[in-house]
Design a protein around this ligand. Structure first.
Ligand code: NAP
Length: 277
């Protein structure tokens, strides 16, 4: 299998560095024609779309850059899908679980069948793409959430929570990057269509992440705990962040599973500690 990865950012590079059957493109895509040229140049069996606009320095940027956010997260995936459909190439698009805000309709966890309730510009644009792409055959959407990696990176939730002086203690579904890469590879192999929640089973609190951080990485670490309301009222975020618990029913249907979050988190923190040394 030859994988073409579009988008040379954090997740695209991480996958390209790990998979030995992938090539990565950093071409800036403006049209379906651009994608067709890439498909004809590389002749991939499958495509991973890891290109998108996540906001710099953070997602709040998207609140005031609506057009760029729509271009990168709604228009771009559709241009890519159109080209992949024309060449009959399977596309796996990276979605986000941050389209879900608060408690799930069943009071437990958001499933792939639930309609989302996005609030922020970024999440609304991501969800718009999901709604359209989910109608197509030969297209999969892998929704990830708050990536956690054993390699330090500014997008890694471990680095984020460890760097904040004031932290909210919320319970969330998260994605261990090592597990995500295995799941994405399997989805690409199976050319699985539909929506997939690529979050490790269960949920984890920021307090649990930091407690493992203090155990394995830095016993001197300390921080202040604040409420979600204080996060916005103290000017630490423009918009309330999405917090949610997700579950995947569709991964099991195609024979894919992920490690429970506490097991995967402890393993990841131990590996992260080795990287920091
Ligand atoms: N990181 C997370 O926390 C997270 C969570 C859930 C979902 N996701 C999704 O995962 C995907 C990858 O995110 P990431 O964290 O890897 O972000 P990233 O590091 O910003 O990577 C995205 C890459 O896409 C590129 N790009 C933007 N527009 C493009 C275009 N028109 N043509 C080609 N490349 C383009 C960017 O280039 P420039 O840097 O030059 O703009 C950047 O290299 C995104 O769809 C994001 O929504 C990420």
């Amino acid at each position: 299998m030859k994988i073409l990865i579009l988008g040379k950012g954090y997740i695209g590079r991480r996958c390209a560095d790990t998979w030995n059957d992938a090539v990565i493109s950093d071409k800036f895509i403006k049209s379906t024609e651009d994608v067709l040229q890439l498909l004809d140049k590389h002749s991939p069996d499958v495509v991973l779309n890891a290109a998108g606009v996540v906001g710099k320095p953070n997602v709040d940027w998207c609140e005031t850059h609506q057009l760029e956010t729509i271009e990168g997260n709604t228009v771009l995936p559709l241009l890519i899908a159109k080209a992949c459909q024309a060449r009959n190439v399977y596309l796996l698009h990276i979605g986000t679980g941050c389209i879900f805000y608060g408690e799930a309709p069943d009071g437990e966890a958001w499933t792939e069948d639930d309609y989302a309730n996005p609030v922020a510009v970024y999440t609304r644009c991501k969800y718009a793409a999901d709604l359209a792409l989910a109608t197509m055959d030969n297209v999969g959407i892998g929704r990830i959430r708050m990536p956690i990696d054993h390699i330090p990176h500014k997008a890694n939730l471990i680095d984020k929570v460890a760097s904040f002086k004031r932290v909210i203690d919320v319970d969330n579904s998260v994605t261990i990057i090592e597990d995500m890469m295995q799941v994405f590879h399997q989805l690409l192999e199976k050319r699985a269509s539909g929506v997939f929640h690529v979050t490790n089973p269960g949920s984890i609190k920021h307090k649990e992440i930091l407690s493992l951080y203090e155990k394995y990485v830095d016993s001197q670490h300390n921080n202040e705990w604040i409420t979600e309301e204080q996060l916005v009222s103290q000017g630490l975020a423009d918009k309330k962040r999405s917090n949610n618990i997700m579950v995947s029913h569709n991964l099991a249907k195609v024979g894919i599973s992920m490690r429970p979050i506490m097991e995967a988190m402890e393993d990841t923190m131990k590996k992260y500690a080795k990287y920091k040394k």
